[in-house]
Write a protein that binds this ligand. Structure first.
Ligand SMILES: Nc1nc2c(ncn2[C@@H]2O[C@H](COP(=O)(O)OP(=O)(O)OP(=O)(O)O)[C@@H](O)[C@H]2O)c(=O)[nH]1
Ligand SMILES: [Mg+2]
Length: 333
């Protein structure tokens, strides 16, 4: 009989240690988890799996089945990249914004909801949650049940918090967490069906991966260290003409224009910022360079990492690990 790992959804197997779902033959019969999930849960590390979900074919499948979807997006890094796939879903979509605990409390939920309505879609059901702080988890369940949803897909980019929400929903129904969660991309590798109650079954799915996400370009340990774990306290910097700002040996911003540029960073609080003069400091100039010009109504998003609010206009050079991770969006706040 085929058995699946209850942590990631992979079929359990003892034949190939290098393939997904591997578990030693001596423990095959009694294991519920594969070795990879065991390592992620107990040691916080695992090999990266190169098993990309093709976003379009996955959405085609959902559209053919016409099954409702909880589409998850990390509230700290909303962007066209992370939100565009949801526009292609034809069945009923509930947009769940995750990790609310990380975004400053001063940013009102109403503002975020308005931003979604203006920039994504007018008629979406939006629920703002935090699985770690158990915020609005019952609202997700109650909304689905009151709409008479029997089975729902949980869909979104890797690390958007799908599996953590599954566990939070299980906990809120008095059950233990079962699904493996981590910041390693592709933690969930196959579909995992979970019956939450007689009324509702949820299906966790492998996350989408985009070449635009920062995690593709930095070492996993560095990536872990750079992600926020607590509420972000925005940091404001005024860059006068001829100033540069080096952020945590990871990003450099230069102001070669004649105007002052005012930037507010929504990144992990502990990152180091070093302001310096262009002429005397050449740190990080071997990274990818790009010019970013904003029109006074735009944020700069570092995909999968955080965002920079620009007060007024900006005309700057940025040096980053890859040009692909930088995008603009209409201002959130
Ligand atoms: N602060 C905070 N972190 C969260 C929250 N939800 C998830 N996370 C963290 O985000 C990371 C990714 O969570 P997962 O639930 O594994 O993400 P996923 O969407 O299932 O990822 P894949 O399985 O790779 O597609 C983990 O480090 C979680 O602890 C939340 O509400 N608040
Ligand atoms: Mg997952």
């Amino acid at each position: 009989m085929i058995r699946k790992c209850i942590g990631c959804g992979e079929v359990l197997q003892s034949e190939d240690i290098n393939k997904e779902g591997y578990v030693k033959s001596s423990v095959y019969e009694k294991s519920q988890y594969c070795e990879r999930c065991f390592k992620i849960t107990h040691y916080g590390e695992a090999n990266l799996i190169d098993k990309k979900v093709d976003i379009d074919s996955f959405i085609d499948k959902i559209n053919k089945e016409n099954k409702p979807v909880l589409y998850l997006a990390d509230i700290t890094t909303l962007s066209n990249t992370t939100l565009n796939p949801l526009k292609k879903i034809k069945s009923k979509v509930y947009l769940v914004l995750t990790k609310r605990d990380l975004l400053p409390k001063s940013i009102r939920n109403n503002k975020v909801i308005k931003w979604i309505k203006d920039n994504v879609s007018e008629d979406l059901d939006i629920i703002i949650t935090s699985s770690t702080k158990k915020m609005n988890i019952d609202e997700v369940y109650n909304k689905l049940v009151s709409d008479n949803v029997k089975e729902v897909y949980i869909v979104g980019f890797t690390n958007s918090g799908k599996s953590t929400l599954v566990n939070a929903l299980l906990n809120s129904k008095g059950m233990k967490s079962v699904v493996t969660t981590s910041i390693i991309p592709n933690t969930t590798t196959d579909l995992i069906k979970i019956k939450l109650s007689e009324d509702l079954t949820i299906i966790d799915t492998p996350g989408f991966i985009s070449e635009r996400l920062v995690m593709n370009y930095i070492d996993m340990n560095e990536y872990k260290k750079k992600l926020p774990k607590k509420e972000i306290h925005p940091k404001i910097y005024h860059l006068y003409s001829g100033d540069a700002l080096v952020i945590d040996k990871f990003m450099r911003i230069e102001n070669r224009s004649n105007m002052t540029v005012n930037l507010v960073f929504y990144f992990k609080n502990e990152l180091e910022y070093k302001k310096c003069k262009l002429v005397r400091n050449m740190e990080l100039i071997d990274l990818d360079r790009l010019y970013v010009k904003t029109n006074g109504n735009e944020d700069i998003v570092i995909e999968g990492f955080g965002f920079i609010k620009v007060i007024g206009q900006a005309d700057i050079s940025m040096y980053v690990v890859s040009k692909k991770i930088v995008s603009k969006r209409v201002k959130l706040v």
